[in-house]
Design a protein. Structure first.
Length: 272
C-alpha cells in the first residue's frame, strides 16, 4: 500500500514548523489587504454603491444588466445581507487581484518559454481538478481560521484560468505581426507590451472573468473556515436546517455572480 497522504502530511507539518515567520508575515499582509477592501466598501453607503454599480453595468453591459443590478442589489439590501455581500465582494476582489498579480506574469512566461509551459501545464491541471475542499486543509494549518486562509485557498483555486488564457492569447498573436514588429526593430519587451499584450487583451479579460467567477464559488466554500460573507449565511442555513435562510443566501450569491460576470464580460467585449 502506497501511503502518499502520509508524506504530504509530513511536508505540510515541516513547512508549518520551519516557515512560521513567513506565514505570519503573509497573514498580516494579506489580512491588511482584505481589510482595506472591506473598510473601503463599508465606508460607501448602499444608496451610493448600488447606483454606481448600476451605472457601471449600463456603461459596460447595457441597460438590461443595469436594471438587473439595481433591482438585484436592492433585493440583497432588503433581505438584510448587505454587510455579508460587501464582505464577500471584498474577499473576491482581493483574492482576484492577488491571483492576477501572480497569474498574468506566469501566463506571459509560459507563452514565451515552451519549457515553462510544459512544467506549468500539469501543475495547473492539478490546481483545477483538485476538489476545492482539499485546499482548505493546508490553508488552515498555515494561517488558522479567518479570511486569510480563505483568500489563500481561493487564489490557488482561481488562478489557473488567467494563467492559461494569458498564455493562449499571446500565442495566438499572428506570426506575421510579430515578424513585422521585429523588422521595424522592436525589442523583446516592446514586442510584448506594444504588440502581444494589446492583441491578447480580449482573451486575457476572459481569463480574468473566469478567475472572478471561480473566486466567488470558492469564497462560499471558504465559509467553512470562518471566512465570513454570504457563504456563512448559506452554511448557517445548511447546518441549522433553515431552508429559507439558505435559499436567501444562495440568491444573494447568484445576484452578485451575475452582476460581476456581466460587467467583466462587457469589458471584454468592448476590447475586441
Amino acid at each position: 500500500m502506497i501511503n502518499i497522504g502520509k508524506y504530504i502530511e509530513m511536508l505540510i507539518n515541516w513547512l508549518t514548523e520551519h516557515f512560521a515567520p513567513f506565514f505570519d508575515a503573509m497573514d498580516s499582509a494579506i489580512g491588511g489587504f482584505i481589510n482595506g477592501f472591506q473598510h473601503l466598501l463599508y465606508l460607501i453607503p448602499f444608496y451610493i454603491t448600488i447606483p454606481l454599480l448600476a451605472a457601471l453595468a449600463w456603461w459596460k453591459a447595457g441597460r438590461g444588466t443595469a436594471i438587473f443590478t439595481l433591482l438585484g442589489l436592492g433585493l440583497i439590501y432588503g433581505m438584510g445581507f448587505w454587510t455579508e455581500t460587501m464582505q464577500t465582494l471584498a474577499l473576491v476582489l482581493s483574492s482576484t487581484s492577488l491571483a492576477l498579480l501572480l497569474g498574468i506574469p506566469l501566463g506571459i512566461w509560459s507563452a514565451r518559454s515552451p519549457r515553462c509551459n510544459q512544467v506549468l501545464r500539469p501543475i495547473l491541471d492539478l490546481m483545477q481538478t483538485m476538489p476545492a475542499f482539499v485546499y482548505l486543509i493546508p490553508a488552515v494549518l498555515f494561517f488558522g481560521l479567518g479570511t486569510v486562509p480563505g483568500a489563500f485557498a481561493t487564489i490557488i483555486f482561481a488562478m489557473p484560468p488567467v494563467v492559461r488564457l494569458t498564455g493562449l492569447g499571446i500565442r495566438q498573436v499572428p506570426r506575421e505581426v510579430i515578424e513585422a514588429s521585429h523588422s521595424f526593430g522592436a525589442t523583446s519587451w516592446q514586442l510584448l507590451y506594444k504588440v502581444q499584450l494589446p492583441l491578447a487583451l480580449p482573451t486575457i479579460l476572459t481569463g480574468i472573468n473566469q478567475t472572478i467567477m471561480m473566486s466567488l464559488s470558492m469564497v462560499v466554500i471558504a465559509a467553512m473556515i470562518s471566512a465570513g460573507g454570504l457563504g456563512e449565511v448559506v452554511l448557517k442555513g445548511i447546518t441549522q436546517m433553515k431552508i429559507g435562510l439558505g435559499f436567501e443566501g444562495g440568491i444573494a450569491v447568484v445576484i452578485l455572480a451575475i452582476v460581476l460576470d456581466r460587467i467583466t464580460q462587457g469589458i471584454a467585449q468592448m476590447k475586441k
